[in-house]
Ligand binder design. Structure first.
Ligand code: HDD
Length: 725
């Protein structure tokens, strides 16, 4: 296939049907809802509450079959044993423990989730029969699970990876799952390659090394041999691979789907979930330290934000295309390795997504949530994307394995909030007591019920009438419309700000430096060179390889907007963590910290005071603190001793306070010093007055919070990162 024009800038006439107002920033969320038995938050219909088990005041321990027992001492022959086989209390307690785990997810094992709601911003019934989009202000409960892909359940949060964005809508016409990612494209184009992709990325079979990462030979062996991986790979090597938090990343449905209206007319759509917290990313060196400092960093961030009523929000939109557009842009809309640049098709807002309720029990909710791209409702249909088609098989199959039987949809977190009627029966762990004694269709003995629901009866799901199969031969091959693997990675790379381009280069250098096979490295470089000669040459420099001659068949100069994670200002500093460094030896320093804490709390940020030991006004010790835990660091007056040899203390590792300030600077964060706190900067040769470095005297204290807020919104000061020429 010829180099595609996928990156051109032709503008599609808008097919958007409704002008949704811009979201209200969450103000309306704080109202209490009406439904009794719920948390009162919008979107919470109290559905799970009937399954809550409270071990309240006055209850005694029982067995699973209800007999009150003492399960703290085993039954023994005499006080010193032996223990008796008769002890059903001991045996059942241990048996239950032995069976506590279900198999972790084969991929996306590490994750965290929360409840919330989706609110439609208009009536979209002209393009889809989906009831959750049927009216302005219509709210639907949702459950959203974020994850990394490669690591096992106990792995660290801040590894470099694609991140899952699995969203379930509990609509009034059944469950609808969009099982997406924070990167809009995928590594492969055919589901039959999925086991190969995952086997290459997962740890080595002989020694199970490395955990949760692609910096090893087999992953890059697969990437180098499969150019379809290049686009997703570049996204993963950028800031998108190491987000600041789950809340600071976007979500995408990845595949093209269909909206179908009740009359059977269909449109092709691509889902976008734009974070209202702002796109923000860590830098690699801080992600590495965070792995050790707080392996639960993202999980904790999500939980704490919701707990403090800072409900994360996403603006939900779709790119809407006609059926006839499927090959219009020079690539195939059924190819999941392609984005549709927003310059070609703008995003039509359809609503907002809000997370406002934490889980009560991680296992029962997050671990047992079993998503499935095949969970669709009336008004939604699939595309012929071969990756999606294979997924429609895989998820049901994996849930059968995880749950150990076919009744996983009956687990509370998986139950639809609408009635279930069919002739499926029995199976392990059946929870329902079906009363219909004629469980077959057609029947007369039960009046013919339940009856098949169709497009015209019972508001049934139906396949878009526009879908048809062209007269074709059976083929086990790839479509020629899928074969441009390099134009869009180039589009992505060129659309990044220079500092983020450099981060991609550095990430590729890091990963390929850990690859030991020369042939594998060279294959990767050959692919990079088809994307960009400069990119390939810069990576080569670190690997001691000669720069390749340009391989320019797919080179172009186009750019698209909205893909860089750096260079965007955050809309607010709410929930951002600020470290305020003090010395417990100085009451003046503690008093200054108190003033700052008040000011930053007033702005919705989370200030933490760090001192030599815990005392009134000190939240954390230098011994347990690191720059990675803060989005910005301030050193108050009278702390100068802490940054000198004379100030060394056995209460913290040598030079820890200096290290915090220096690392915060290196990670691109705003830093500030008041009065003699400036000694912290001098100790690391950091000049006052450069971007994101604030030095004030004691009189300047009152103006500092506003200036620092501005720095926090900038988030990363990119001037601190040198860029290859
Ligand atoms: Fe998948 C889980 C996203 C392709 C097979 N996938 C899983 C999860 C997410 C995705 C977010 C975690 C769901 C949760 O939180 O429980 N997967 C994707 C995306 C893909 C994709 C965006 C491409 C566009 N996946 C894909 C293919 C296959 C699978 C092609 C197999 C043919 N995925 C699975 C799975 C998992 C899964 C093995 C593991 C656990 C689970 O399903 O429930 O079946």
């Amino acid at each position: 296939m010829k180099p595609s024009i996928s990156t051109g800038l032709l503008l599609l006439n808008a097919v958007a049907n409704a002008a949704c107002p811009y979201m209200d920033g969450g103000a309306s969320l704080r109202k209490r809802g009406e439904s009794s038995g719920s948390s009162g938050l919008p979107g919470d219909d109290g559905y799970l509450e009937k399954f809550y088990v409270e071990d309240g005041n006055g209850v005694f321990t029982t067995t699973d079959f209800g007999t009150p027992v003492d399960d703290t001492h085993s039954l023994k022959a005499g006080e010193r044993g032996p223990t008796l086989l008769e002890d059903f209390v001991l045996r059942t307690k241990i048996t239950r423990f032995d069976h506590e785990r279900v198999p972790e997810r084969a991929v996306h094992a590490r994750g965290a989730a929360a409840h919330g709601y989706f609110e439609s911003c208009a009536d979209f019934s002209n393009i889809t029969g989906a009831s959750f989009l049927g009216g302005a202000g219509k709210k639907t409960p949702v459950f959203l699970r974020f994850s990394t892909v490669a690591g096992s359940r106990g792995s660290s949060d801040t590894v470099r990876d694609v991140h899952g964005f699995a969203l379930r809508f509990y609509t009034d016409e059944g469950n609808y799952d969009i099982v997406g990612n924070n990167i809009p494209v995928f590594f492969i184009q055919d589901a039959i390659q999925f086991p190969d992709l995952i086997h290459s990325v997962k740890p080595r079979p002989d020694n199970e090394i490395p955990q949760a990462g692609t910096a090893h030979d087999s992953a890059w062996d697969f990437f180098g041999q499969n150019p379809s991986t290049m686009h997703t790979l570049l996204w993963a090597l950028s800031g998108h691979g190491i987000p600041r938090s789950f809340r600071h990343m976007d979500g995408f449905g990845v595949h093209t789907f269909r909206f179908v209206n009740d009359a059977g007319k269909s449109k092709l759509v691509k889902y976008h979930f734009k974070t209202k917290q702002g796109l923000a990313s860590l830098v690699w060196s801080e992600a590495l330290v965070l792995n050790g400092q707080n392996p639960d960093f993202h999980r904790q961030d999500l939980f704490d934000a919701i707990d403090s009523k800072n409900y994360p929000e996403w603006e939900v939109g779709v790119q809407i295309m006609d059926e006839s557009d499927v090959l219009r842009f020079g690539f195939d809309l059924n190819d999941p390795t392609k984005i549709v640049p927003v310059e070609l098709v703008p995003i039509t807002p359809i609503g907002k997504l809000v997370l406002n309720r934490n889980t009560k029990n991680y296992f029962a909710e997050t671990e047992q949530a079993m998503f499935n791209p095949g969970h669709v409702v009336r008004g939604i249909d699939f595309s012929d994307d071969p990756l999606l088609q294979g997924r429609l098989f895989s998820y049901v199959d994996t849930q059968l394995n995880r749950h150990g039987g076919p009744n996983f949809e009956q687990v509370p977190i998986n139950q639809p909030h609408s009635p279930v009627h069919n002739n499926n029966r029995d199976g392990a762990g059946q929870n329902m007591i079906h009363l219909n004694t004629a469980p077959y269709t057609p029947n007369t003995l039960n009046g013919g019920f339940p009856k098949p629901a169709t497009q015209n009866a019972g508001r049934g799901h139906f396949t878009a009438p526009a879908r048809k199969i062209v007269d074709a031969h059976y083929v086990r091959n790839i479509s020629p419309t899928f074969l441009d693997y390099w134009s869009q990675p180039r589009l992505f790379f060129q659309s990044l700000v220079p500092a983020e381009q450099q981060m991609v280069i550095n990430a590729a250098r890091f990963e390929l430096s850990k690859v030991s096979s020369d042939a594998v490295r060279k294959a990767a470089i050959a692919q990079f060179n088809k994307i960009s000669n400069e990119f390939a040459a810069h990576v080569c420099k670190a690997l001691g390889l000669a720069p390749p001659a340009p391989d320019s068949a797919y080179y172009h100069d186009n750019k698209t907007s909205g893909v860089s994670t750096f260079g965007n200002r955050l809309p607010s500093i709410k929930t951002l963590n600020i470290g305020i460094l003090v010395t417990t030896a100085s009451p003046a320093s503690l008093a200054q910290a108190e003033t700052l804490v008040k000011a930053f709390k007033g702005k919705g940020a989370v200030p933490k005071v760090v001192g030599e030991y815990i005392t009134s006004g000190v939240d954390m010790t230098y011994s347990a603190t690191n720059a990675v835990l803060f989005d910005g660091v301030i050193v108050v007056d009278e702390t100068n001793k802490l940054f000198t040899k004379a100030g060394a203390s056995t209460l913290f590792p040598p030079q820890r306070p200096t290290e915090i300030v220096r690392d915060a600077f290196l990670y691109g964060k705003p830093i500030a010093a008041i009065g003699t706190g400036k000694a912290a900067f001098e100790a690391s040769s950091i000049d006052c007055g450069q971007e994101g470095v604030y030095c004030v005297d004691n009189k300047g204290l009152s103006g500092l919070p506003d200036a620092f807020e501005d720095g926090l919104k900038t988030f990363k000061f990119l001037g601190r990162y040198p860029v290859d020429k």
